[in-house]
Design a protein. Structure first.
Length: 229
C-alpha cells in the first residue's frame, strides 16, 4: 500500500487492538466512545510529538522552594477543529494532551447522498469571512488540529483543509481513526506542504455509498445512538 509521505499510519500495538475492537458490531455505544477517546489519545501523542516543539518558559518554583525553568510548547497559537458531528468524540482526548487550553472551532460538513461531495452547513472560525484581503488570517491559528474519525472519499477532509487554508492557518494536523486509501490520498494532496495526516488504520475499499469496507460503520451514529435514523 503506497501512501503519500505526509500520511502516517500508526503501528502502536495497543491502538491496533483497540481499532479491532471498534470494528465489531457488538461494541456498544459507551465502549465506542471510550475506544474513540483512547485511539485519539495514542494517535494525538504520536502526531503532536512531531508537530510541536518544547521550549523554555518562565521560571517556576517547586513545592519545596527550588527554582526551575518551566517548559511550554510552540506554536502557541493552536486550535482544535472537530468535523461535526463525529469529530466531537475526539476533542476531549486532544484537550487532555495539550498543556494549556486552546480554542475549539467547529466545522459542519455533510456528504451529499448522490454525489458524495461535501456540503458546509456550519462554520464558527473567527473572522473566517474577512472584509478585505489584509484581514485574512489575522485571527487564524498557526496550527489547526482537525479531528474526524473517518476519512472515506476524502472530500470532507479536503474541504476542511481548504477552508482552514483560506482562513490563514499555516499548518494542519489531521487526526483520524480510520481512512480509505483513495480518500486519504485525496486529502493529503489538497495542501501537501502544510498538512500531515495521522490515522490508526487504512482500509483499501469503499462501498458504493461511500462507506469504508470493512470499516467501523457510521461513528457518529454509534457515538450518539442514532443508528437507523
Amino acid at each position: 500500500m503506497s501512501l503519500p509521505s505526509n500520511v502516517h499510519v500508526s503501528r502502536h500495538p495497543c491502538l491496533m487492538a483497540k481499532l479491532s475492537r471498534l470494528r465489531s458490531k457488538g461494541t456498544e455505544s459507551r465502549e465506542v466512545k471510550s475506544l474513540v477517546n483512547d485511539i485519539s489519545t495514542i494517535l494525538g501523542c504520536e502526531a503532536l510529538a512531531t508537530a510541536l516543539t518544547a521550549v523554555d518558559g518562565p521560571k517556576g518554583e517547586t513545592p519545596i522552594g527550588y527554582e526551575y525553568t518551566t517548559t511550554t510548547v510552540e506554536p502557541q497559537a493552536l486550535s482544535i477543529v472537530p468535523i461535526l458531528r463525529s469529530g466531537l468524540g475526539m476533542v476531549e482526548a486532544i484537550q487532555n494532551i495539550l498543556p494549556e487550553p486552546v480554542p475549539v472551532h467547529h466545522l459542519g460538513l455533510y456528504r451529499e447522498p448522490t454525489t458524495l461531495e461535501p456540503v458546509e452547513y456550519y462554520n464558527n472560525l473567527p473572522h473566517h469571512l474577512p472584509s478585505s484581503s489584509s484581514e485574512a488570517g489575522a485571527k487564524a491559528s498557526s496550527l489547526a488540529i482537525v479531528v474526524d474519525p473517518v476519512i472515506a472519499t476524502g472530500g470532507t477532509c479536503a474541504a476542511a483543509i481548504q477552508t482552514l487554508k483560506e482562513w490563514g492557518v499555516k499548518k494542519i494536523v489531521v487526526l483520524s481513526v480510520i481512512a480509505a486509501t483513495e480518500g486519504v490520498k485525496r486529502a493529503a494532496e489538497e495542501w501537501p506542504g502544510a498538512v500531515d495526516i495521522w490515522v490508526a488504520g487504512v482500509d483499501s475499499e469503499l462501498t458504493p455509498n461511500g462507506m469504508l469496507k470493512p470499516g467501523v460503520g457510521d461513528v457518529g451514529d454509534r457515538l450518539f445512538l442514532t443508528i437507523g435514523k
